[in-house]
Design a protein around this ligand. Sequence first.
Ligand SMILES: [Zn+2]
Ligand SMILES: [Zn+2]
Length: 93
Amino acid sequence: MPLGQGPPENYDELITKAYMRCLECKVSLIDVTKRVYTCNNKECSPDPSNGEAVYWCKECNKTTEHAHKRERVKGTAGFPFTSEVDKEHMTDE
Ligand SMILES: [Zn+2]
Ligand SMILES: [Zn+2]
């Protein structure tokens, strides 16, 4: 691979978003059968429809702390980024 064409510096972040991985354990949450939790706070999830959001798996939702209230993602067909993270219900808290 030629110099300058390596992965971008935020590669890991991009991958996390692209594959919708748990913020804590990095397990893939793309499997719709898994329970996925997100934070609807704008600081954490500024644009869920574009993957600008944080997610946790069921286990990490239970075992880790987060500053905001986490909500279960109501996954449907087209999950992850067309799922029901409703911007109207996002808070500025
Ligand atoms: Zn996890
Ligand atoms: Zn948050």
